[in-house]
Design a protein around this ligand. Structure first.
Ligand code: PLP
Length: 398
């Protein structure tokens, strides 16, 4: 069989068999609706309670601060819309970083059509929010700041603790989208100091379609999914019991195996980065060189379209992503790379490689060899590539 290599763990991960095993009974014999008053219902209520307690303990929160959602997108929407409307009497100015996931950027743009003003906070060349500029952007009518914990495209970690201190000083709410960080980094909501935080199970070997919004106790935000009295009357809809059980187990495993997994995936990432920088000319590593997610490597290949690279790698059985998986399908250059100041040409030529616990060093080597061959071939076809330079090796682009 043809070799298949998956280097797209930032898009999603396979469900860990240990997680699936925990989930299975809740599809069949333990199928009760946790809202029901009878024995079948009670059996699943306790599973949901236990999952909530586990999640709370793992992120340093109280159980009453954990709300289950249908994933990262819903949690992000809820934090932003819920806070914006709940605080609208105090002010209608919101700040979200320019490198947020579309779940935030698109929601912010929607709110702009409904009378809110939004500032997209600037980032530096590595994609980190500039604290001084952020401070200057905060106005008396600002109510909300949204800055992700780690970026999904380039992996850069944000100075969330410092931003939290600033927001506290200024009396504005801080939300952090930890969808890429959860399971990869240790998270403690109290230590981070954010008022709200989101994550999603499918990024850490849990099921798709289930996530969490942490809301600090005492903070009241509006609901966005209205219905029954689930999630302490804050989010309607019958609880997805197997998914919630799976999320808690996936997070438990990710946290207990975090150090060894992070060391392993970062060793693969470093091997990949080293070889690409050494062996392929005209490349640029996007994102912070050290302060980044252990699994992420994002490169721009000058004179090559990211999409062409993605398709050529796919033909060789290597799965990667160009820009954000969630916005691929459009050929717009990445908003993250543009915000970091990359010229359009380089922003178009970017590819994200995200490694996982099942990848091997041999896979990394196979992928680098394939990449070298593909880049050479695509550049030979490019009218922009200076042909006389084709077979030489050049220093890394700065
Ligand atoms: N936020 C970030 C940073 C993400 O990377 C993603 C998914 O790629 C999301 C939000 C959306 O999460 P979900 O796929 O669970 O809706």
């Amino acid at each position: 069989m043809e070799k298949k290599i998956y280097f797209d763990h930032a898009a999603t991960t396979p469900v860990d068999p240990r997680v699936l095993e925990k989930m299975l009974p809740y599809f069949t014999e333990k199928f009760g609706n946790p809202n029901s008053q009878h024995w079948f219902g009670r059996q699943t209520v306790s599973a949901v309670d236990e999952a909530r307690d586990t999640v709370a303990r793992l992120v340093g929160a109280k159980s009453s601060e954990i709300y289950f959602t249908s994933g990262g997108t819903e949690a992000d929407n809820w934090a932003l819309r819920g806070a914006a409307y709940a605080m609208a009497h105090r002010g209608k100015h919101l700040i979200v970083s320019a490198v947020e996931h579309p779940a935030m950027i698109t929601t912010a743009k929607e709110l702009m059509k409904r009378g809110f003003e939004v500032t997209f906070a600037e980032v530096d060349e590595y994609g980190a929010v500039d604290l001084e500029k952020l401070e200057r952007a905060i106005r008396p009518d600002t109510t909300f700041v949204g800055v992700m914990t780690a970026n999904n495209e380039v992996g850069t970690l944000q100075p969330v603790k410092e931003i939290a201190a600033l927001c506290k000083k200024k009396g504005v709410l801080l939300f952090t989208d930890a969808v890429q960080a959860a399971g990869a980094l240790r998270l403690d909501v109290k230590e981070l100091g954010a008022d709200m935080l989101s994550f999603s199970a499918h990024k850490f070997y849990g099921p798709k379609g289930v996530g969490v919004l942490y809301i600090r106790s005492g903070l009241k935000i509006d609901k966005i999914v209205t219905g029954g009295h689930q999630e302490r009357s804050m989010r309607g809809g019958t609880t997805n019991v197997p998914a919630v059980v799976g999320l808690a187990e996936a997070l438990r495993l990710a946290v207990s195996e975090l150090d060894e997994n992070a060391a392993y995936v970062s060793s693969l990432r470093d091997r990949f980065i080293r070889r690409v920088q050494r062996e392929i000319p005209f490349v640029k590593l996007n994102g912070h060189p050290e302060n980044r997610l252990p699994a992420n490597a994002n490169f721009s290949f000058r004179y090559v379209e990211g999409e062409s690279l993605l398709f050529s790698l796919d033909l060789k059985g290597i799965a990667v992503s160009s820009g954000s998986a969630c916005s691929s399908g459009s050929l717009e250059p990445s908003h993250v790379l543009l915000a970091m100041g990359l010229p359009e040409g380089l922003a178009h030529g970017s590819v994200r490689f995200s490694f996982g616990r099942h990848n091997t060093a041999e896979e990394v080597d196979y992928a680098v060899d394939a990449l070298k061959e593909i880049v050479l071939k695509l550049r030979a076809l490019s009218p922009l590539f200076p042909k006389d330079l084709k077979n030489e090796v050049f220093p890394e682009e700065k």
